[in-house]
Design a protein around this ligand. Structure first.
Ligand code: ATP
Ligand code: MG
Length: 829
């Protein structure tokens, strides 16, 4: 109908074009990474607007992150060559859920009751006190006005927006949610559950609130209200789960609050309970579009299906190979049953990849082939060959960070023989957030600007701040802010009243809070358990401070001692929630970071500088983020560090009995590799230092699955001087065995396993090989006095003398030791 030709259609291939032009009826775009699904979806929105088929506020478009939503809006505007005023219903599930719920909060009443009766809402929605990331999208822009597309015809405007005119929702008599409800964050949520658990006289140690939070989240993801949880779940949380869920939902209502899960759960229930209101929205949202459909959970799925039932103009795009949120309740089955839900759906498959070079694509395909039950998609590209995927092994995590930092600098200046590349075009994608620390520290040292996406930077994390507060107090007992932070963490029975008492005494005497606490103890101002605990804490603080002053122990030992004695480590060990292991990992990382400094003070200064280093946004920066956060994004150069069993794939996925967890990890590997456009570099380290202990790492089993013809093995720099290169670059060949040298031995686990690729069983290595440190008996001759060496347990040092098969080594941290040469490796200077 449009008079003007649509310019953007020329940028699409025939399959994409079909997806864009088939505006009416259900469409499923099922295709691999980088095939232009998101591009097609975005163009479809532009097309709806350009042809006047829909107004901006009649389009419901769901993206996975706020960043993706912003980008989509920008792209639509670019395609149309004009700014798009208001796409109020383009956002994440959560953002749209909030918006709907603010309009109809009154319809959420006590569990099991459906309110009736007339309603006239005059309450103005306010943004909650808890600022969510979503908030920017929550504020109603009020842009329901006409959308001017110039000569393009627009549809008739005789329809009223739901809930605004016409049929108004009803307000119940009993307890109900109000439109200015607060959204709780995870911490609030858990605190609330803790109160309920304690009120029920349940032993919170054995049945932690975080576990309950996990269970309830899971139920909400399935769209089960308290009265809908199936009987099979009755034993959850020691048989008290459902009852506590019910109590929790009631308590939320009393507080006029919701949690994240409620944003969808309540919407689904409102739609189910108020068919007339649902019908209005069904008519209103004439076109529905969903990106990353493979990661929707059941509640999201129901929400979409309810809304799309009327018009059936729903277009979902996704890739079963990129389903990586199963752990959060996502159901890849949703994508597989689309055709059943929407009979007659047009299914469009895209096979041309526009993002990555052939080697990158082939490497990714090689890995994902290891999964069973895939729909199986073949991808091809017209892009020219490019570089192979690069694989490099390092001694340890620090060296990995150092190498990547150097590499990034070289790429930035163009000294790698390629054209200079902007830092904005490079990304480091990690499996676990604790991996970020080594990069942050290294980049700070060399002055390389970076940004961390999708989570606080390492030193901003809660557990890190807590631990740092303890260290700060040990260094300077007058640090009141630090004291406030930890006085009741872990819980010591010191509530608000006790803390007020301490503050009053400190102020009154003109002393620090620690001294105030001491006075409180002396005066017996705080009774009972809290008083005893405070007494202990002040004594501990004294002792730790004395140790800092006397330099009695190394600062690393002291740090470990502080975390142990304070009960802080234990607090997380007893915590049975999904986040707890990650927090413990981060604490270990923190202690590890300490080893690089002379004392606590120096370390604290370093961190203070890091925190201060928040440089201006305009600057080019390399991006550090998790693989999960990288979904849908693309970068010319991608680094994938830490490909080691136990890290990636995660230990948890390897411990599971079935293959489900491992397959999800493999999809994550596929997501990682396919983020790269031109250059993809995978790395692993033979050793990682965990809690001051060297831990030997095996290269990831996913490395075995990389097709060798698409991989180039790089030589770690410096480690073995000149003699190392040839054997290293021989890579996967069987001649490796013959060329056996120390260098080969170091790398042998990975390469041996590469050779054994294809076999289902993993090759079992001898202990020495597993350590990656096999050196033959004559190796002693490889050392001369003054060599810099590395020892698995004692770290780096210099050879001072040689005696039989033993070496006298002056270790940098461990001091002088006589050690067997077999456990010593040459190291770079
Ligand atoms: P993912 O599965 O990773 O989300 P995707 O299928 O959504 O990937 P897009 O991000 O839409 O893929 O596209 C990948 C890249 O290919 C983008 O840079 C996009 O601009 C480009 N692209 C997509 N389609 C075409 C096309 N027909 N012609 C040229 N470039 C295209
Ligand atoms: Mg995409």
């Amino acid at each position: 109908t449009a008079a003007r030709p649509a310019p953007y259609l020329d940028d699409l291939n025939p399959a994409q074009r079909e997806a864009v032009e088939a505006l009416d009826g259900p469409v499923l775009m099922l295709a691999g990474a980088g095939t232009g699904k998101t591009k097609a979806l975005t163009t479809r929105i532009a097309h709806l607007l350009y042809t006047g088929t829909a107004r901006p506020n009649e389009i419901l478009a769901v993206t996975f992150t706020n960043k993706a939503a912003r980008e989509m809006k920008e792209r639509v505007a670019r395609l149309l060559g004009q700014t798009v005023e208001g796409m109020p219903w383009l956002g994440t599930f959560h953002a749209i859920g909030v918006k709907l719920l603010r309009r109809h909060a009154e319809l959420v009443g006590e569990p099991g009751t459906i309110p009736t009766g007339p309603q006239q809402s005059s309450e103005k929605p306010v943004v909650s006190s808890r600022q969510l990331e979503e908030d920017e999208d929550i504020v109603d822009t009020g842009d329901q006005g006409p959308y001017d597309l110039g000569p393009v015809p627009t549809p008739p405007r005789d329809r009223a927006e739901p809930g605004i005119d016409g049929l108004d929702p009803v307000r119940p008599d009993g307890l109900h949610l109000k439109s200015n409800f607060t959204i709780l964050d995870t911490d609030d949520q858990v605190r609330l559950m803790k109160q309920l658990i304690l009120a029920e006289n349940i032993d919170e140690k054995r049945w932690p609130a975080r576990v309950l939070a996990g269970i309830i989240d899971n139920w909400k993801n399935r769209a089960w209200g308290p009265d809908q949880v199936p009987a099979a779940e009755a034993s959850a949380f020691n048989g008290r789960g459902v009852e506590l869920y019910d109590a929790y939902q009631r308590r939320l209502l009393e507080l006029n609050a919701v949690d994240f899960g409620d944003l969808l759960l309540h919407c689904v229930h409102i739609f189910q309970n108020y068919p007339d209101l649902l019908a209005q929205y069904q008519r209103w949202f004439r076109y529905i579009l969903v990106d990353e459909y493979q990661d929707t959970n059941t509640a999201q799925y129901l929400w979409l299906r309810l809304l799309a039932r009327e018009h059936r103009n729903i277009c979902c795009v996704g890739d079963d190979d990129q389903s990586i949120y199963g752990w959060r309740g996502a159901e890849v089955g949703n994508i597989l049953r689309f055709e059943k839900d929407f009979p007659g759906a047009k299914v469009i498959r895209l096979e041309q990849n526009y993002r990555s070079t052939p080697h990158i694509l082939a490497a990714a395909s090689g890995v994902i082939r290891g999964n069973e039950g895939r729909l199986g998609k073949e991808l091809w590209t017209e892009l020219t060959e490019g570089e192979k995927v690069r694989l490099i092994g390092h001694w340890d995590g620090e060296e990995e960070a150092r190498w990547i930092g150097d590499e990034i600098e070289a790429m930035q200046t163009g000294s790698r023989g390629m054209a200079p590349m902007s830092l904005d075009h490079m990304a480091i994608l990690v499996r676990a957030s604790h991996q970020m620390r080594a990069f942050e520290d290294r980049f700070l040292t060399i002055g390389l600007p970076y940004r961390v996406i999708g989570g606080p930077r390492f030193y901003e994390r809660m557990e890190i701040r807590d631990a740092m507060a303890y260290f700060r107090l040990a260094v300077s007992p007058d640090d009141d802010l630090a004291f406030e932070r930890i006085v009741n963490t872990p819980r010591r029975g010191l509530g608000d009243v006790a803390i007020q008492t301490i503050t009053r005494l400190a102020r009154g005497n003109g002393v620090s809070l620690v001294d105030g606490a001491r006075i409180a103890v002396e005066q017996g101002a705080i009774k009972g358990k809290g008083g005893t605990a405070l007494d202990l804490l002040t004594r501990q603080l004294d002792r730790w401070h004395a140790q800092v002053v006397a330099e009695a122990d190394t600062h690393v030992e002291l740090a470990e001692m502080i975390l142990d004695e304070s009960g802080y480590t234990e607090m997380w060990q007893n915590d049975k929630t999904p986040e707890a292991p990650g927090r413990l990992e981060n604490l270990k990382e923190l202690v590890k970071a300490l080893e690089e400094f002379d004392n606590l003070q120096g370390f604290l200064e370093h961190v203070a500088l890091i925190m201060d280093n928040e440089s201006e946004e305009a600057e080019e920066k390399v991006t550090i983020m998790t693989l999960h956060a990288a979904k849908g994004l693309e970068y010319p150069a991608v680094f994938l560090p830490g490909w080691e069993d136990g890290l990636f794939p995660s230990q948890r996925s390897m411990d599971e009995s079935g293959l489900k967890g491992l397959e999800e990890e493999r999809r994550l590997a596929y997501v990682g590799i396919t983020r790269a456009e031109e250059l993809c570099t995978i790395s692993f380290a033979a050793n990682r230092r965990v809690y001051g202990q060297w831990q030997s790492q095996l290269p990831s089993r996913f490395i075995d699955e990389l097709p060798e013809e698409h991989v180039e093995v790089l030589t770690p720099p410096g480690l073995y001087g000149g003699g190392y290169g040839a054997a290293a670059t021989a890579g996967f060949g069987s001649q490796l065995e013959e060329k056996a040298s120390r260098a080969d031995a170091y790398n042998s686990p990975g390469w041996k396993r590469m050779q054994s690729r294809g076999g289902a069983a993993r090759q079992v290595q001898s202990p020495n090989e597993v350590r990656g440190l096999t050196i033959d008996a004559t190796a002693i001759s490889a050392f001369t006095q003054g060599d810099r060496v590395f020892h698995q347990k004692f770290g780096y040092g210099y050879v001072m003398g040689i005696e039989g098969d033993k070496l006298d080594i002056e270790f940098e941290h461990a001091g002088a030791k006589k050690v067997v040469a077999r456990f010593v490796m040459p190291a770079d200077r």
